[in-house]
Design a protein around this ligand. Structure first.
Ligand code: FES
Length: 348
């Protein structure tokens, strides 16, 4: 069925008119029946228009995916990259996590905060800069680091270099990033985060690993430190290495091995029995679970100590029990409530 803007509520319609086409392109990347997995890029797409995820953005995502607003809200409020209020043109993130902090990250943040007159997650009055302190930005080798719109813009930052860079951004001057791509606005970056290519010619950085990243390797080489028997060409496999004698002993303890290592042999025997018991139990559970309906399985997972629940708690006089509709893996409030319960509330 073709989705058109006519399918959207008044709340979602303004965004649907602007974003329906790229939204459908994003959804088409996912297998049929798995479209809800497109929620993360869709939330970034919403931020290309609004700079944050508004109630209208939540409504648009919910309606285009066929899920409810509580499900969208749960995701949008979990991740820090989804903003709940308006952001500036540039999101400046200062890492204040362990290593950056040790090397001055907090000082960078404090002085920048004072210079801009805003705190964490706040935006300057001119709407240009949103400041945030960030957890580890995965660039500890260049600590302290500052990103602008999630691109590495300052390595080994100081309060002076950071304030100078941010002032340039506010004045509309070009900023040359340390390693990241050429700086764009936060809304433009959201389009890339939604999974669309950066079409600016030559914008994407393509540098090699820098000296701080390779320092550990160089030191190891200088001091002749290496991992014994390490072969970087070893293929990744889930099969046990046949040279692993202890694994072999567990799998196939020969009489000679048992005689030579009675202690290990006993261990191997115990391990073998344990593996067998686990396999039997797993087989029994799998067989049992296949015969149960999903609602009962979900209830048992939530409360394994309870006896098998009745399918209809109202019939057993156990309202809110493990068989309640909220245990069907849907958010509470999604499921239709029994008519009797509704009647009771309306009479109050
Ligand atoms: S602690 Fe700052 S990048 Fe890791």
């Amino acid at each position: 069925m073709t989705v058109t803007t006519n399918d959207f509520s008044p709340a979602a319609l303004p965004l649907a008119e602007k974003l329906l086409e790229p939204a459908l392109e994003i959804i088409a990347r996912y297998p049929v029946g798995r479209s809800r997995s497109a929620l993360l890029p869709l939330l970034h797409l919403v931020q290309t228009e609004e700079g944050h995820v508004s109630p209208q953005g939540v409504a648009f995502c919910a309606e285009v995916l066929g899920i409810n607003k509580a499900q969208v809200g749960a995701v949008a409020t979990f991740y820090t990259m989804y903003k709940r209020r308006s952001t500036g043109d540039y999101l400046v993130s200062v890492c204040t996590n362990t290593l950056c902090n040790m090397l001055g990250g907090q000082e960078v943040y404090d002085q920048l905060s004072e210079h801009l007159g805003v705190g964490h997650d706040e935006t300057t009055a001119d709407g240009r800069i949103t400041l945030e302190h960030a957890e580890c930005l995965a660039a500890c080798d260049y600590a302290p680091v500052v990103t602008v719109n999630y691109d590495f813009t300052l390595d080994e930052a100081t309060p002076e270099s950071t304030i100078g860079m941010v002032d340039k951004l506010r004045n509309g001057e070009a900023v040359t990033p340390a390693r990241g791509a050429r700086v764009c606005t936060l809304k433009e970056m959201q389009f890339q985060l939604a999974g669309f290519a950066d079409d600016r010619d030559g914008a994407v950085a393509d540098g090699v690993a820098g000296a701080p990243t390779l320092r550990g390797v160089r030191l190891a080489q200088e001091h002749g430190i290496a991992v014994a028997d390490f072969n970087p060409d070893t293929p990744i496999t889930t099969t046990k290495n046949p040279k692993d004698e202890s694994a072999k002993a567990v799998k196939d303890p020969s009489p000679a091995t048992q005689a030579a290592r009675p202690h290990e042999s006993k261990l191997a025997s115990v391990a073998k029995k344990a593996v067998g018991a686990v396999k039997d139990a797993a087989g029994a559970v799998t067989h049992r679970d296949r015969t149960k309906d999903p609602e009962t399985r979900a209830a048992e997972l939530r409360n394994p100590d309870a006896s098998t629940p009745a399918k209809n708690p109202a019939a057993t006089g156990t309202p809110g029990g493990v068989g309640d509709a909220a245990g069907d893996a849907k958010p509470a409030g999604d499921s239709p409530r029994p008519a009797a319960a509704n009647d009771g509330e309306e009479k109050k």
